[in-house]
Design a protein around this ligand. Structure first.
Ligand code: OOG
Ligand code: NI
Length: 447
């Protein structure tokens, strides 16, 4: 029987190829990567405990690989084919994010690995947004956008053949895998040549900048990649010295002793030269670089409290004020692993310690008591998903200072899943299952 290349290996190769391509396309992203690596080295030199934890978790080698990227597509068919393409790399749709209420005419999911082993091997995921054409108010323009999208094919013929072949034979051999990565990459490449004339671009841009970005190009260019930083505040502060203009604020929760969820910031999208079909030249602003720092995943109760405190904190004029307002609001949020466990605000993964295995434990024992006795250990589960308010903030920072119209669109999730051709996995169910499974392995009943 033929040897197939594993999904994890394909994802690893694909994300590497994407990174190389993006650094060539957007040199400033390469500068950001260097800055992030520098700051990571400084943090590790100053924080020996962290360095040891990362080494023990076998995380050090993967510190510099990208954690996520983002793309935007225009039609159900495109989204549906992406689902099939990403499945080959072990990336499945998790979570539903409706950004319309925040003034961004898209809804989204993240294609990502589901299992702990796959995430550890390479966590690369793609935040994928589907444009909601129905939110274009002017009928003629909506029709035009739809027909432009219907006429384009964002996948190479060979890529489609390889997807079908994978589905038939259950995998790809070494040579097909190489070809698959190369062909899949083409879908996400930048094209300086638009598929429309200047007037069409302007009309769509006028409706919403994002609409022009999705509709006017032959592919769905990768619009950013995001490495992991060990100190997001420091990188944000250092960006200007490196000729990089950061967005005004760091999105997400404030800095904490026990980091929660996801903090992210980006640099402003660059103006890039494009050519229109009528031969005229112009520019387009869509592509940027981002960094992220992840913390523990929150339970529904924890998440509800996070959302409430975030709304309460409001926004500050600049990042410093914003972070102060957040810190004040989040003083009401417990900041120790023990409190997060006891109040069931965050998800953990449990394992018996050496002593616990030797001694054995009663299935109904209390977790905190066992931890205090040194029989049980709890590891925070990293948040692997996204935050709609933060995502909207990242989008908005690249959409210019135009008016923020909000859209309201009902039945979003059902429509999205119909376009996708599959349900999205509920992220909470994944964290809950992982915690329950870990308790079961310890011989403890779920609580
Ligand atoms: C996606 C913006 C959201 C994130 O990390 O939350 C995002 C986009 O601009 O297409 O990437
Ligand atoms: Ni992002």
């Amino acid at each position: 029987m033929e040897q197939f290349v594993s999904a994890d290996t394909l994802r690893e190769r694909f994300s590497q190829a994407m990174s190389v391509m993006y650094q060539q396309e957007v040199p400033q992203y390469g500068t950001l990567l260097k800055l992030v690596a520098q700051v990571n080295q400084q943090v590790l030199a100053q924080d020996r405990a962290l360095a040891e934890r990362l080494t023990a978790a076998d995380d050090l080698a993967r510190l510099s690989v990208e954690r996520h990227g983002a793309i935007r597509v225009g039609s159900a068919q495109e989204l549906n084919t992406l689902r099939q393409l990403f499945a080959i790399m072990g990336m499945y749709p998790v979570g539903y994010y409706d950004l319309a209420p925040a003034g961004v005419p898209v809804h989204s999911t993240a294609f990502r690995p589901l299992e702990g082993d796959a995430l550890r091997r390479n966590p690369f995921r793609l935040f994928t947004s589907l444009l909601r054409l129905e939110l274009i108010t002017e009928g003629a323009l909506r029709q035009k956008a739809a027909s432009i999208l219907a006429a384009r094919q964002i996948f190479t013929p060979r890529c489609l053949t390889l997807i079908a072949q994978h589905q038939r034979q259950g995998g790809l051999n070494e040579q097909q895998a190489d070809e698959f990565v190369r062909e899949a990459l083409e879908t996400f490449r930048w094209h300086r040549q638009t598929t429309v004339d200047r007037a069409t671009y302007d009309a769509l841009h006028q409706q919403h900048r994002l609409i022009a970005d999705v509709v006017c190009f032959p592919g769905c260019h990768i619009n950013h990649l995001t490495p992991r930083t060990l100190d997001i505040d420091r990188v944000q502060a250092l960006m200007p010295q490196h000729g990089i203009t950061p967005k005004a604020i760091i999105e997400g929760p404030p800095r904490r002793c026990v980091p929660i969820l996801l903090r992210q910031t980006s640099f402003k999208a660059l103006e890039e030269a494009v050519n229109f079909r009528d031969g005229s030249a112009g520019c387009h602003t869509a592509r940027f670089g981002e960094i992220e720092q992840r913390g523990v995943a929150l339970t529904p109760a924890g998440r509800e409290r996070y959302d409430r405190l975030l709304a309460q904190a409001g926004g500050g004029a600049d990042n410093q004020q914003h972070q102060q307002a957040l810190a004040a609001a989040f003083s009401a949020f417990p900041d120790s692993e023990q409190a997060l466990r006891q109040q069931r605000l965050a998800w953990f993964e449990y394992r018996l310690t050496e002593q616990g295995r030797r001694q054995g434990i009663s299935p109904h024992a209390d977790c905190e008591t066992l931890i205090a006795q040194g029989l049980l250990a709890a590891e925070p589960q990293v948040y692997e998903d996204f935050l709609p308010v933060s995502a909207a903030g990242i989008f908005q920072s690249n959409l210019g200072a135009g008016a923020r119209e909000t859209f309201s669109a009902g039945a979003g999730r059902a429509e999205f899943e119909a376009a996708l051709g599959a349900p999205v996995t509920d992220e909470m169910a994944l964290y809950a299952a992982r915690q329950a499974e870990s308790l079961r392995r310890c011989g403890l009943s779920d609580r």
